[in-house]
Ligand binder design. Structure first.
Ligand code: GLU
Length: 283
């Protein structure tokens, strides 16, 4: 059975790009129902582990927006914050396996010492690797990427659009898996939760394509099931940039509260009829 999910982070209102992603995941799960083969399952997971940025009202509004678009999901929406103990346990396992190390570097120190940039920003220059970052206060835990990829050997993953992709997690350098303020970074939490939720097709935008290299590596290190991925095109604005609240994209809630018909909007997005000057692309 196909199981997909839409996994918004409730740190701002949803916009049309989120609507497009949610519809893609929902319809991918429901596609079989039309032929009677497989009714699929579509889940919603609120990724609310960023204590500083997550807000309950954004989570509530996101669920209201999805209902307004005519989407339905199969279980009560999952809160990622309820999974923190599992994230901590996985991080402990990686510590025992000698695959992560503590790091006290600040963003500014990393930016000053970095000599290369990866998909998430400056590549960590390895300052704390092989040291015991002594001192007080919270530490971040970084993956020893060279050791991790040595242990797993070459890996690949399947994307429904891109085909077979060779995993190249080393383009990220030593990524953070345990944050100073939470046991699971985005990469660790999303990988563990997709496994816990039995997701078989991870449907999301092309902006997260590169992250999948890290997720595939974590699955190999932690013995997790390996889903298929479906990275779809993104809605781009007139400047060719992906939509973002900070760039002034109108929120779904604004449209909903203005009385727009959400189901009709969802059907137009499905048909590729895009509002205003939006286009579909990969950014
Ligand atoms: N929570 C992530 C976000 O809103 C997406 C997670 C995912 O689809 O992998 O950007």
């Amino acid at each position: 059975m196909i199981v997909t999910r839409f996994a918004p982070s409730p740190n701002g209102p949803l916009h049309l790009g989120h609507a497009y992603a949610a519809i893609a995941a929902h319809d991918r799960a429901r596609a079989g129902a039309r032929t009677g083969d497989d009714s699929g399952r579509f889940l919603v997971r609120i990724e609310d582990i960023d204590g500083a940025r997550s807000r309950g009202e954004f989570a509530d509004a996101a669920l209201e927006d999805l209902r307004w678009l005519g989407l339905d999901w199969d279980e009560e929406a999952i809160r990622q914050s309820s999974r923190i103990a599992g994230h901590a346990a996985a991080l402990d396992r990686l510590k025992r396996d000698g695959l992560v190390y503590p790091c006290r570097c600040t963003r500014a120190e990393i930016a000053a010492a970095a000599t290369a940039t990866g998909p998430d920003g400056p590549i960590y220059p390895g300052t704390c690797r092989g040291r015991h970052a002594a001192g007080d206060g919270p530490v971040a835990w970084r993956l020893d990427m060279a050791e991790a990829t040595r242990r797993t050997g070459p890996l690949a993953w399947q994307d429904e659009i891109a085909g077979t992709v060779r995993a190249t997690p080393e383009i990220f350098g030593d990524v953070i898996l345990g944050r100073k303020d939470a046991p699971g970074s985005y990469h660790l939490a999303v990988t563990l939760d997709d496994a816990a939720d039995g997701i078989t097709v991870v449907t999301r935008g092309m902006d997260l394509f590169a992250s999948t290299h890290v997720h595939r590596l974590l699955q190999a290190l932690l013995g997790l099931p390996v889903p298929v991925w479906h990275h779809h095109a993104l809605l781009l604005d007139a400047d060719g940039q992906k939509l973002a609240k900070r760039r002034g994209s109108p929120s779904l809630a604004q449209r909903r509260l203005a009385g727009e018909d959400g189901r009709a909007l969802a059907d137009r997005l499905r048909a590729g009829v895009l509002p205003g000057e939006l286009t579909l692309g990969t950014s």
